[in-house]
Design a protein around this ligand. Structure first.
Ligand SMILES: [Zn+2]
Length: 230
């Protein structure tokens, strides 16, 4: 689906992921639910690109609806996979994935998390975080947004006044207001991460589980922070 940012395309689904078309090739921000690599290929075909044009797969966190097609796409594209040090062991399949925070609080939700199909493990080629983003295209930077998982990161694209890819750190309501991401409990880490995001400059924000905010996205984050501070 088209977005209002040139070269940024949404791959629709229960967990949205994003195609960033740039001078240095195509970057994927997350990869969607398992067994949906075809959806990514469809979007690439529509913009005149193909899987082999993908050279970077930037993961926000270890949950299977984000890592779902990373293994298949990495092989098909010969792409480099980037993720945070804290979430990489789960992405590699070395440790179990940390369930979202609310599942810890409400144990009856846990079976729901197990219903999400497992993602095939994939090797992480490069560890990235806010202090070290080597391997990402020059116009993309990392914002550390732990809370939803221990190593959740967001990405900020230097285009169109700044484009935030928030993953599951937050969602937007239909009115363009910010809320905590689904299954995010009101934990300090989650709210701190939203505060931290609001310190950066960006105009647009995209999320995995809600429509994006096309204008004034930072202001929406700041309004959420004001409510927290009240
Ligand atoms: Zn998640």
């Amino acid at each position: 689906m088209e977005t209002n940012v040139p070269g940024v395309h949404e791959v629709p689904g229960m967990s949205r992921c994003y195609v960033v078309d740039g001078d240095q090739g195509v970057t994927l921000i997350d990869t969607g639910m398992p067994r949906r690599a075809g959806k990514v290929a469809e979007v690439l075909a529509r913009i005149g690109r193909s899987i082999t044009d993908v050279n970077t797969i930037a993961i926000t966190h270890s949950h299977p609806d984000h890592v779902g097609n990373a293994a298949a796409l990495k092989i098909a594209a010969q792409a480099v996979v980037l993720a945070s040090p804290a979430d990489s062991p789960a992405i590699r399949g070395e440790t179990p994935t940390t369930p979202p925070p609310l599942f810890g609080r409400l144990p009856f939700l846990r079976p729901l998390f197990r219903l999400v199909p497992k993602a095939a493990p994939v090797d992480v080629d490069r560890m990235i975080d806010e202090t070290s983003a080597a391997g990402l295209p020059e116009d993309l930077r990392v914002i550390d947004t732990p809370g939803h998982t221990p190593g959740h990161v967001s990405y900020l694209l230097d285009r169109a006044g700044g484009v935030l890819f928030a993953g599951d750190a937050a969602v937007a309501t239909r009115n363009g207001e910010i809320k905590r991401g689904y299954f995010n409990a009101p934990l300090d880490a989650i709210d701190e991460s939203i505060r931290h995001v609001a310190e950066f400059d960006f105009e647009v924000a995209f999320f995995a589980h809600s429509p994006g905010i096309e204008r004034g996205a930072r202001a929406a984050f700041q309004r959420f922070v004001e409510v927290l501070d009240d």
